[in-house]
Design a protein around this ligand. Structure first.
Ligand SMILES: Cc1ncc(COP(=O)(O)O)c(C=O)c1O
Length: 403
Protein backbone atom coordinates (compact mmCIF):
# COMPACT_ATOMS: atom_id res chain seq x y z
CA UNK A 1 0.00 0.00 0.00
CA UNK A 2 1.38 3.35 -1.04
CA UNK A 3 1.70 5.74 1.91
CA UNK A 4 1.06 9.47 2.29
CA UNK A 5 4.37 11.27 1.85
CA UNK A 6 5.01 14.50 3.72
CA UNK A 7 7.58 17.26 3.86
CA UNK A 8 7.75 19.91 6.57
CA UNK A 9 8.18 23.38 5.15
CA UNK A 10 11.84 24.41 5.38
CA UNK A 11 11.75 26.55 2.24
CA UNK A 12 13.64 29.86 2.15
CA UNK A 13 11.31 32.83 2.68
CA UNK A 14 10.62 35.65 0.23
CA UNK A 15 9.54 39.26 0.83
CA UNK A 16 5.96 37.95 1.08
CA UNK A 17 4.55 40.64 -1.21
CA UNK A 18 1.81 38.33 -2.54
CA UNK A 19 0.20 38.02 0.88
CA UNK A 20 -1.48 41.37 0.17
CA UNK A 21 -3.45 39.74 -2.66
CA UNK A 22 -5.53 38.10 0.06
CA UNK A 23 -5.99 41.20 2.23
CA UNK A 24 -9.20 41.25 4.24
CA UNK A 25 -10.33 44.24 2.17
CA UNK A 26 -9.97 42.33 -1.11
CA UNK A 27 -11.77 39.31 0.32
CA UNK A 28 -14.58 41.50 1.67
CA UNK A 29 -15.06 42.92 -1.86
CA UNK A 30 -15.26 39.41 -3.30
CA UNK A 31 -17.78 38.39 -0.67
CA UNK A 32 -19.95 41.45 -1.29
CA UNK A 33 -19.86 40.69 -5.03
CA UNK A 34 -20.92 37.06 -4.57
CA UNK A 35 -23.63 38.09 -2.14
CA UNK A 36 -25.25 40.14 -4.92
CA UNK A 37 -26.03 36.97 -6.93
CA UNK A 38 -29.62 35.70 -6.62
CA UNK A 39 -28.15 32.16 -6.41
CA UNK A 40 -25.92 33.06 -3.43
CA UNK A 41 -26.20 31.45 -0.04
CA UNK A 42 -23.54 30.64 2.54
CA UNK A 43 -22.60 26.98 2.04
CA UNK A 44 -22.97 24.71 5.09
CA UNK A 45 -20.16 24.09 7.57
CA UNK A 46 -20.63 20.51 8.75
CA UNK A 47 -19.54 20.05 12.36
CA UNK A 48 -18.44 16.43 12.70
CA UNK A 49 -18.28 16.14 16.51
CA UNK A 50 -18.69 12.36 16.53
CA UNK A 51 -15.92 11.92 13.98
CA UNK A 52 -13.67 14.31 15.91
CA UNK A 53 -14.11 12.15 19.03
CA UNK A 54 -13.46 9.02 16.99
CA UNK A 55 -10.19 10.46 15.67
CA UNK A 56 -9.01 12.04 18.91
CA UNK A 57 -9.49 15.67 17.89
CA UNK A 58 -11.23 18.50 19.74
CA UNK A 59 -13.18 19.49 16.64
CA UNK A 60 -13.59 18.69 12.94
CA UNK A 61 -15.38 21.02 10.54
CA UNK A 62 -16.03 20.50 6.84
CA UNK A 63 -17.05 23.35 4.55
CA UNK A 64 -19.47 21.74 2.07
CA UNK A 65 -19.06 23.34 -1.35
CA UNK A 66 -21.42 20.91 -3.07
CA UNK A 67 -24.02 23.60 -2.34
CA UNK A 68 -22.22 26.46 -4.12
CA UNK A 69 -24.54 28.23 -6.59
CA UNK A 70 -26.07 24.88 -7.60
CA UNK A 71 -22.77 24.04 -9.36
CA UNK A 72 -21.49 21.32 -7.00
CA UNK A 73 -18.06 22.96 -6.49
CA UNK A 74 -16.40 26.08 -5.09
CA UNK A 75 -14.60 27.09 -8.28
CA UNK A 76 -17.22 29.52 -9.63
CA UNK A 77 -16.24 31.91 -6.84
CA UNK A 78 -12.92 32.62 -8.54
CA UNK A 79 -13.88 32.90 -12.21
CA UNK A 80 -16.92 35.06 -11.54
CA UNK A 81 -15.03 37.55 -9.36
CA UNK A 82 -12.15 37.77 -11.84
CA UNK A 83 -14.61 38.50 -14.66
CA UNK A 84 -16.22 41.23 -12.57
CA UNK A 85 -12.84 42.80 -11.77
CA UNK A 86 -11.81 42.63 -15.41
CA UNK A 87 -15.02 44.35 -16.52
CA UNK A 88 -14.59 46.94 -13.74
CA UNK A 89 -11.05 47.68 -14.92
CA UNK A 90 -12.10 48.00 -18.58
CA UNK A 91 -14.96 50.35 -17.71
CA UNK A 92 -12.92 52.45 -15.27
CA UNK A 93 -14.89 51.46 -12.16
CA UNK A 94 -14.20 49.79 -8.83
CA UNK A 95 -15.33 46.21 -8.44
CA UNK A 96 -17.55 47.29 -5.53
CA UNK A 97 -19.81 48.83 -8.22
CA UNK A 98 -20.10 45.49 -10.05
CA UNK A 99 -23.21 43.88 -8.60
CA UNK A 100 -24.97 41.01 -10.37
CA UNK A 101 -27.82 43.31 -11.36
CA UNK A 102 -25.43 45.87 -12.81
CA UNK A 103 -23.39 43.28 -14.71
CA UNK A 104 -26.50 41.83 -16.32
CA UNK A 105 -27.97 45.25 -17.21
CA UNK A 106 -28.32 46.78 -20.69
CA UNK A 107 -26.29 49.76 -19.46
CA UNK A 108 -23.26 47.53 -18.83
CA UNK A 109 -23.69 45.84 -22.21
CA UNK A 110 -23.47 49.28 -23.85
CA UNK A 111 -20.42 50.32 -21.83
CA UNK A 112 -18.46 47.07 -22.02
CA UNK A 113 -19.77 45.20 -25.06
CA UNK A 114 -18.88 41.58 -25.72
CA UNK A 115 -15.76 39.66 -24.67
CA UNK A 116 -14.80 36.01 -25.09
CA UNK A 117 -13.40 34.39 -21.94
CA UNK A 118 -10.99 31.51 -22.65
CA UNK A 119 -9.97 28.92 -20.10
CA UNK A 120 -8.62 25.42 -19.49
CA UNK A 121 -10.18 23.19 -16.87
CA UNK A 122 -10.44 19.77 -15.27
CA UNK A 123 -14.14 20.54 -14.99
CA UNK A 124 -15.05 22.77 -12.09
CA UNK A 125 -13.31 26.02 -13.03
CA UNK A 126 -14.53 25.83 -16.63
CA UNK A 127 -18.07 25.20 -15.48
CA UNK A 128 -17.86 28.26 -13.24
CA UNK A 129 -16.50 30.46 -16.03
CA UNK A 130 -19.10 29.15 -18.50
CA UNK A 131 -21.88 29.69 -15.96
CA UNK A 132 -20.78 33.24 -15.13
CA UNK A 133 -20.27 34.13 -18.83
CA UNK A 134 -23.75 32.81 -19.58
CA UNK A 135 -25.33 34.77 -16.73
CA UNK A 136 -23.46 37.96 -17.75
CA UNK A 137 -24.24 37.61 -21.47
CA UNK A 138 -20.58 37.00 -22.41
CA UNK A 139 -18.95 34.20 -24.47
CA UNK A 140 -16.79 31.36 -23.08
CA UNK A 141 -14.39 28.91 -24.73
CA UNK A 142 -13.24 26.01 -22.56
CA UNK A 143 -10.56 23.33 -23.17
CA UNK A 144 -10.45 20.13 -21.11
CA UNK A 145 -7.49 17.73 -20.82
CA UNK A 146 -7.25 14.18 -22.13
CA UNK A 147 -9.39 11.75 -20.13
CA UNK A 148 -11.96 14.35 -18.97
CA UNK A 149 -15.28 12.85 -17.93
CA UNK A 150 -18.41 13.28 -20.10
CA UNK A 151 -20.64 14.54 -17.25
CA UNK A 152 -18.23 17.39 -16.59
CA UNK A 153 -18.03 18.18 -20.34
CA UNK A 154 -21.85 18.18 -20.61
CA UNK A 155 -22.23 20.49 -17.61
CA UNK A 156 -20.01 23.08 -19.34
CA UNK A 157 -21.66 22.68 -22.75
CA UNK A 158 -25.06 23.19 -21.08
CA UNK A 159 -23.98 26.72 -20.09
CA UNK A 160 -23.62 27.62 -23.78
CA UNK A 161 -19.81 27.56 -23.83
CA UNK A 162 -17.76 26.23 -26.72
CA UNK A 163 -16.02 23.26 -25.04
CA UNK A 164 -13.55 20.61 -26.26
CA UNK A 165 -11.67 17.65 -24.77
CA UNK A 166 -8.08 17.76 -26.01
CA UNK A 167 -5.39 15.08 -26.38
CA UNK A 168 -3.03 16.91 -23.98
CA UNK A 169 -2.80 17.43 -20.20
CA UNK A 170 -4.16 20.36 -18.14
CA UNK A 171 -1.03 22.48 -18.33
CA UNK A 172 -0.93 22.21 -22.15
CA UNK A 173 -4.63 23.13 -22.30
CA UNK A 174 -3.76 26.29 -20.36
CA UNK A 175 -1.19 27.21 -23.04
CA UNK A 176 -3.76 26.49 -25.76
CA UNK A 177 -6.39 28.76 -24.14
CA UNK A 178 -3.82 31.55 -23.71
CA UNK A 179 -2.71 31.36 -27.37
CA UNK A 180 -6.30 31.40 -28.65
CA UNK A 181 -7.26 34.36 -26.45
CA UNK A 182 -4.26 36.31 -27.76
CA UNK A 183 -5.44 35.69 -31.33
CA UNK A 184 -9.09 36.68 -30.70
CA UNK A 185 -10.44 40.26 -30.65
CA UNK A 186 -11.67 40.98 -27.08
CA UNK A 187 -10.32 37.57 -26.07
CA UNK A 188 -9.39 37.24 -22.37
CA UNK A 189 -7.79 34.30 -20.55
CA UNK A 190 -9.48 33.66 -17.22
CA UNK A 191 -7.11 31.03 -15.92
CA UNK A 192 -7.06 29.74 -12.38
CA UNK A 193 -3.29 29.66 -12.30
CA UNK A 194 -0.57 32.31 -12.56
CA UNK A 195 2.74 32.34 -14.36
CA UNK A 196 5.34 35.06 -14.83
CA UNK A 197 3.67 37.87 -16.76
CA UNK A 198 0.14 36.59 -16.06
CA UNK A 199 -0.68 37.34 -12.45
CA UNK A 200 -3.45 39.93 -12.28
CA UNK A 201 -6.43 37.75 -13.22
CA UNK A 202 -5.25 34.74 -11.17
CA UNK A 203 -4.85 37.06 -8.16
CA UNK A 204 -8.50 38.11 -8.60
CA UNK A 205 -9.51 34.44 -8.87
CA UNK A 206 -7.76 33.73 -5.58
CA UNK A 207 -9.58 36.65 -3.95
CA UNK A 208 -12.83 35.11 -5.16
CA UNK A 209 -11.94 31.89 -3.31
CA UNK A 210 -11.56 34.08 -0.25
CA UNK A 211 -15.35 34.17 0.04
CA UNK A 212 -15.33 30.49 1.01
CA UNK A 213 -12.58 30.95 3.61
CA UNK A 214 -14.18 34.03 5.09
CA UNK A 215 -17.58 32.33 5.34
CA UNK A 216 -15.96 29.39 7.13
CA UNK A 217 -14.15 31.64 9.61
CA UNK A 218 -17.41 33.47 10.39
CA UNK A 219 -19.34 30.21 10.72
CA UNK A 220 -16.80 28.86 13.20
CA UNK A 221 -17.06 32.04 15.24
CA UNK A 222 -20.86 31.92 15.17
CA UNK A 223 -20.95 28.40 16.60
CA UNK A 224 -18.53 29.49 19.30
CA UNK A 225 -15.49 27.56 18.03
CA UNK A 226 -13.31 30.53 17.05
CA UNK A 227 -10.06 30.12 15.19
CA UNK A 228 -9.24 26.64 13.82
CA UNK A 229 -5.85 25.38 14.98
CA UNK A 230 -5.28 23.53 11.68
CA UNK A 231 -6.51 23.92 8.12
CA UNK A 232 -6.01 21.10 5.60
CA UNK A 233 -6.38 22.31 2.03
CA UNK A 234 -5.98 20.45 -1.24
CA UNK A 235 -4.00 21.75 -4.21
CA UNK A 236 -3.81 21.37 -7.94
CA UNK A 237 -1.87 24.46 -9.04
CA UNK A 238 -2.16 25.90 -5.53
CA UNK A 239 -4.40 28.91 -6.22
CA UNK A 240 -6.93 27.65 -3.72
CA UNK A 241 -4.30 26.67 -1.15
CA UNK A 242 -2.52 30.03 -1.53
CA UNK A 243 -5.84 31.83 -1.15
CA UNK A 244 -6.82 29.92 1.98
CA UNK A 245 -3.35 30.22 3.49
CA UNK A 246 -3.20 33.94 2.71
CA UNK A 247 -6.64 34.64 4.11
CA UNK A 248 -5.99 32.89 7.41
CA UNK A 249 -2.64 34.64 7.93
CA UNK A 250 -4.33 37.99 7.31
CA UNK A 251 -7.33 37.12 9.46
CA UNK A 252 -5.27 35.83 12.42
CA UNK A 253 -1.89 37.57 11.98
CA UNK A 254 -0.79 36.90 15.57
CA UNK A 255 -1.66 33.20 15.68
CA UNK A 256 -2.55 31.82 12.25
CA UNK A 257 -3.69 28.20 12.06
CA UNK A 258 -1.17 25.62 10.85
CA UNK A 259 -1.99 25.00 7.20
CA UNK A 260 -1.24 21.65 5.57
CA UNK A 261 -1.35 21.42 1.76
CA UNK A 262 -2.40 18.11 0.17
CA UNK A 263 -1.83 17.04 -3.43
CA UNK A 264 -2.53 13.99 -5.58
CA UNK A 265 0.59 11.84 -5.72
CA UNK A 266 0.50 11.86 -9.53
CA UNK A 267 0.64 15.67 -9.65
CA UNK A 268 2.55 16.64 -6.50
CA UNK A 269 4.45 19.65 -7.81
CA UNK A 270 4.25 21.68 -4.57
CA UNK A 271 5.37 18.72 -2.46
CA UNK A 272 8.30 18.17 -4.83
CA UNK A 273 9.19 21.84 -4.51
CA UNK A 274 9.16 21.44 -0.73
CA UNK A 275 11.39 18.34 -0.92
CA UNK A 276 13.83 20.09 -3.27
CA UNK A 277 13.98 22.85 -0.67
CA UNK A 278 15.61 25.66 -2.68
CA UNK A 279 12.46 27.80 -2.96
CA UNK A 280 12.07 27.31 -6.71
CA UNK A 281 8.88 25.65 -7.99
CA UNK A 282 9.03 22.15 -9.50
CA UNK A 283 6.94 20.84 -12.42
CA UNK A 284 5.36 17.41 -12.85
CA UNK A 285 4.64 16.41 -16.46
CA UNK A 286 2.87 13.61 -18.33
CA UNK A 287 -0.75 12.42 -18.10
CA UNK A 288 -1.07 13.13 -14.32
CA UNK A 289 -3.43 10.18 -13.82
CA UNK A 290 -5.40 10.35 -10.58
CA UNK A 291 -9.04 10.08 -9.51
CA UNK A 292 -8.58 13.59 -8.02
CA UNK A 293 -9.17 15.25 -11.41
CA UNK A 294 -9.31 18.76 -9.95
CA UNK A 295 -5.85 18.26 -8.45
CA UNK A 296 -4.28 16.90 -11.66
CA UNK A 297 -2.12 19.96 -12.34
CA UNK A 298 1.67 19.79 -12.51
CA UNK A 299 2.75 23.44 -12.64
CA UNK A 300 2.38 25.63 -9.53
CA UNK A 301 0.70 29.03 -9.53
CA UNK A 302 3.53 31.53 -8.93
CA UNK A 303 1.48 33.65 -6.48
CA UNK A 304 0.21 30.63 -4.58
CA UNK A 305 3.71 29.15 -4.34
CA UNK A 306 5.08 32.39 -2.90
CA UNK A 307 2.40 32.57 -0.20
CA UNK A 308 2.68 28.86 0.63
CA UNK A 309 6.44 28.76 0.95
CA UNK A 310 6.32 31.64 3.43
CA UNK A 311 3.57 30.27 5.66
CA UNK A 312 2.56 26.64 5.11
CA UNK A 313 3.41 24.06 7.78
CA UNK A 314 3.74 20.98 5.57
CA UNK A 315 3.12 19.55 2.10
CA UNK A 316 1.57 16.12 1.53
CA UNK A 317 1.53 13.83 -1.51
CA UNK A 318 -1.47 11.49 -1.42
CA UNK A 319 -2.28 8.26 -3.25
CA UNK A 320 -5.79 7.84 -4.69
CA UNK A 321 -6.98 5.53 -1.89
CA UNK A 322 -6.78 8.47 0.53
CA UNK A 323 -9.39 10.45 -1.43
CA UNK A 324 -11.60 7.35 -1.82
CA UNK A 325 -11.46 6.70 1.94
CA UNK A 326 -12.42 10.33 2.61
CA UNK A 327 -15.38 10.08 0.21
CA UNK A 328 -16.70 6.99 2.02
CA UNK A 329 -16.17 8.43 5.50
CA UNK A 330 -18.00 11.67 4.68
CA UNK A 331 -20.79 9.69 3.06
CA UNK A 332 -21.21 7.35 6.06
CA UNK A 333 -20.83 9.67 9.05
CA UNK A 334 -20.71 8.80 12.74
CA UNK A 335 -24.27 8.75 14.16
CA UNK A 336 -25.45 12.29 14.85
CA UNK A 337 -23.00 13.93 12.43
CA UNK A 338 -24.24 15.42 9.15
CA UNK A 339 -23.47 13.68 5.87
CA UNK A 340 -21.30 15.43 3.27
CA UNK A 341 -21.41 14.31 -0.35
CA UNK A 342 -17.80 14.85 -1.34
CA UNK A 343 -16.09 14.03 -4.62
CA UNK A 344 -12.54 12.85 -5.26
CA UNK A 345 -10.85 16.27 -5.06
CA UNK A 346 -13.09 17.35 -2.19
CA UNK A 347 -12.58 14.42 0.17
CA UNK A 348 -8.82 14.02 0.32
CA UNK A 349 -8.68 16.08 3.53
CA UNK A 350 -10.99 13.66 5.34
CA UNK A 351 -8.90 10.72 4.11
CA UNK A 352 -5.72 12.40 5.28
CA UNK A 353 -6.89 13.49 8.73
CA UNK A 354 -8.38 10.08 9.53
CA UNK A 355 -5.22 8.31 8.40
CA UNK A 356 -2.69 10.54 10.16
CA UNK A 357 -4.68 10.54 13.42
CA UNK A 358 -5.08 6.75 13.62
CA UNK A 359 -1.91 5.31 12.08
CA UNK A 360 1.22 5.39 14.28
CA UNK A 361 3.34 5.59 11.14
CA UNK A 362 2.33 9.27 11.05
CA UNK A 363 3.26 10.12 14.67
CA UNK A 364 6.19 12.23 13.41
CA UNK A 365 3.89 14.16 11.10
CA UNK A 366 1.44 14.83 13.96
CA UNK A 367 4.28 16.08 16.11
CA UNK A 368 5.70 18.22 13.30
CA UNK A 369 2.44 20.10 12.75
CA UNK A 370 1.21 19.98 16.37
CA UNK A 371 -1.87 17.79 15.83
CA UNK A 372 -3.27 16.39 19.08
CA UNK A 373 -6.39 16.05 21.21
CA UNK A 374 -6.77 19.82 21.48
CA UNK A 375 -6.75 20.44 17.72
CA UNK A 376 -9.72 21.97 15.90
CA UNK A 377 -9.36 21.06 12.24
CA UNK A 378 -11.01 22.76 9.28
CA UNK A 379 -11.36 20.95 5.93
CA UNK A 380 -12.78 22.13 2.63
CA UNK A 381 -14.90 19.67 0.70
CA UNK A 382 -14.42 21.61 -2.50
CA UNK A 383 -16.74 19.54 -4.67
CA UNK A 384 -19.68 17.17 -4.48
CA UNK A 385 -20.18 14.19 -6.78
CA UNK A 386 -19.03 15.99 -9.94
CA UNK A 387 -18.24 12.57 -11.47
CA UNK A 388 -21.37 10.68 -10.38
CA UNK A 389 -20.27 7.39 -11.98
CA UNK A 390 -16.96 7.29 -10.11
CA UNK A 391 -18.65 8.54 -6.93
CA UNK A 392 -20.84 5.42 -6.86
CA UNK A 393 -17.90 3.21 -7.83
CA UNK A 394 -16.01 4.48 -4.79
CA UNK A 395 -18.77 4.94 -2.21
CA UNK A 396 -21.14 2.11 -3.08
CA UNK A 397 -18.81 -0.43 -4.67
CA UNK A 398 -15.72 0.21 -2.54
CA UNK A 399 -13.44 1.31 -5.39
CA UNK A 400 -9.82 2.26 -4.58
CA UNK A 401 -9.77 0.38 -1.24
CA UNK A 402 -7.37 1.41 1.49
CA UNK A 403 -6.76 -2.09 2.87
C1 LIG B 1 -12.82 20.42 -6.55
C2 LIG B 1 -11.48 21.04 -6.59
N1 LIG B 1 -10.79 21.14 -5.46
C3 LIG B 1 -9.57 21.70 -5.45
C4 LIG B 1 -8.98 22.20 -6.60
C5 LIG B 1 -7.59 22.75 -6.53
O1 LIG B 1 -7.50 24.09 -6.82
P1 LIG B 1 -6.12 24.71 -7.36
O2 LIG B 1 -5.92 24.21 -8.76
O3 LIG B 1 -6.29 26.15 -7.25
O4 LIG B 1 -5.03 24.20 -6.49
C6 LIG B 1 -9.69 22.12 -7.80
C7 LIG B 1 -9.13 22.68 -9.04
O5 LIG B 1 -9.69 22.59 -10.11
C8 LIG B 1 -10.97 21.54 -7.80
O6 LIG B 1 -11.70 21.45 -8.92
Amino acid sequence: METIKWAANRLPKSEDKDLAVMSLENVAKARAFHRSFPQYSVTPLAELSGMARELGLAGLYVKDESYRFGLNAFKVLGGSFAMARYIAQKTGKDVSEMSYDYLTSDKLKEEFGQATFFTATDGNHGRGVAWAANKLGQKAVVHMPKGSVKTRFDNIAREGAQVTIEEVNYDDCVRMAAAEAAATPNGVVVQDTAWEGYEEIPAWIMQGYGTMASEAADQLRKIGRGRPTHVFVQAGVGSLAGAIQGFFVNRYPDCPPAVVVMEAGAADCLYQGAVAGDGKPRFVTGDLRTIMAGLACGEPNTIGWDILKNHTAAFLSCPDWVAAKGMRMLSAPVKGDPRVISGESGAVGMGVISTVMTDEAYADFRAAVGLDGSSRVLLFSTEGDTDPVNYKKVVWDGGYPCC
